[in-house]
Design a protein around this ligand. Structure first.
Ligand code: NAD
Ligand code: AHE
Ligand code: ZN
Length: 375
């Protein structure tokens, strides 16, 4: 197949909110600096649902969504040296070129090499897509497009992992789990004994809980409007549960009262700008830090009284938990293999690519954390 167009199945999002359609998609060979990957497993993340909803300013249609996956390299383009056919890999929506201003800064995990292309659904070389259906181009998504049996990504967006690792599990290390763990370890840098509040107990929020537990947090308060989340959340380290629906007072006041003036760290893992404000305002005066992890829709804006910051609270955000993707995803895989981080526990459902619309429906079901598609 090397050097040839591959025809395979992919879930195409033709229009926002319209059910995805399994199509025969033509996948062009990788060009210079590109890698074609046979995707074996792909999970769904809330961000796929967000873009599908039409609220993502970077969401272009028709496109192939998906960014939490694992697979095997099928072929590589000219000049690709770090991976070869047969390598087991995880595609990374946050690239790492190790050469750009961002990568060299030592201050961020964001990379500038291909971001302009991935934000508009094309490859950086020729600003074109490698996907088509009957000659009609289909946009890429987040530089990954993993809801396809084959995808083409930039070489700076490929993490080579231990071939022994089970791909049906470690696909989760492409987004949600690292995001939550890294928000705690890299962005907030939670210290032992800290108090933590987590808004939203989906996969990302639960991974924050797990990260906070391993960081030695003394209290981990989980906030969710779905009370069924508590039993699950306990297994990830949440020590107390607050359901805003069960309180008359604004939630930030409830948390402040519970914690003698506020928490040391809070994390918004929902994507709701009102809760982002609440998360900031439930932090302790003088030092409390709030990290925005959730993705809010186009046009939404955050607000608070500047006094909140004047009096020492800190507002931050995180992308992929601050992890340098190509360097640290293989390390996270090793941590999973050594049973130092959970992955299996986040997988509540398994379906096949042809059942992808059912998987999107499941995302709104309180009982679903991650649904892994067998491609
Ligand atoms: P999810 O839908 O599984 O979890 C969201 C949780 O929030 C659910 O448990 C839900 O019951 C709860 N919730 C909803 N409304 C609420 C409210 N008003 N008050 C309290 N709880 C409420 O989603 P997920 O996959 O865990 O992702 C969480 C967010 O993180 C999404 O916005 C996603 O786009 C974003 N995300 C960001 C990054 C990043 O790099 N920054 C990475 C992955 C995901
Ligand atoms: N296109 C969206 C931005 C969405 C967003 O913020 N994405 C996160 C990852 S979410 C993964 O589930 C991210 O990494 N952002 C940094 C980046 O470079 O995109 C919008 O709203 O415009
Ligand atoms: Zn995601």
């Amino acid at each position: 197949t090397q050097g040839q167009v591959i025809t395979c199945k992919a879930a195409v999002a033709w229009e926002p909110k319209k059910p995805l359609v399994i199509e025969d998609v033509q996948v062009a060979p990788p060009q210079a600096g590109e890698v074609r990957i046979k995707i074996l497993y792909s999970a769904l993340c809330h961000t796929d649902g967000y873009t599908w909803s039409g609220k993502d300013p970077e969401g272009l249609f028709p496109c192939i969504l998906g960014h939490e996956a694992a697979g095997i390299v099928e072929s590589v383009g000219e000049g690709v040296t770090e991976v070869q056919p047969g390598d087991h890999v995880i595609p990374c929506y946050q690239a790492e070129c190790r050469e750009c201003k961002f990568c060299k800064s030592g201050k961020t995990n964001l990379c500038g090499k291909v971001r302009i292309a991935t934000g508009v659904g094309v490859m950086i070389n020729d600003r074109k897509s490698r996907f088509s259906v009957n000659g009609k181009p289909i946009y890429h998504f987040m530089g990954t497009s993993t809801f396809s049996q084959y995808t083409v990504v930039h070489d700076v967006s490929v993490a080579k992992i231990d071939p022994v690792a089970p791909l049906e599990k470690v696909c989760l290390l492409g987004c949600g789990v690292p995001t939550g763990l890294g928000a705690v370890w890299n962005t907030a840098k939670v210290e032992p004994g800290s108090t933590v509040a987590i808004f939203g107990l989906g996969t990302v929020g639960l991974a924050v809980a797990e990260g906070a537990k391993t960081a030695g947090a003394s209290r981990i308060i989980g906030i969710d409007i779905n009370s069924k989340k508590y039993d699950v959340a306990k297994n990830f380290g949440v020590t107390e549960f607050v359901n805003p629906k069960e309180h008359e007072k604004p939630i930030q006041e409830v948390i402040v009262d519970l914690t003698d003036g506020g928490v040391d760290y809070s994390f918004e893992c929902i994507g709701n700008v009102h809760l982002m404000r609440d998360a900031l305002e439930c932090c302790h005066k003088g030092w409390g830090t709030s990290v925005i992890v959730g993705v809010a829709a186009s046009g939404e804006e955050i607000s608070t009284r500047p006094f909140q910051l004047v009096t020492g609270r800190v507002w931050k955000g995180t992308a992929f938990g601050g992890f340098k993707s190509r360097t640290q995803v293989p390390w996270l895989v090793q941590k999973y293999m050594h049973k130092e981080i959970k992955v299996d526990e986040y997988i509540t459902h398994k379906l096949t690519l042809s059942e992808i619309n059912k998987a999107f429906d499941l995302m709104h079901d309180g009982g679903c954390l991650r649904c892994v598609l067998d491609m």
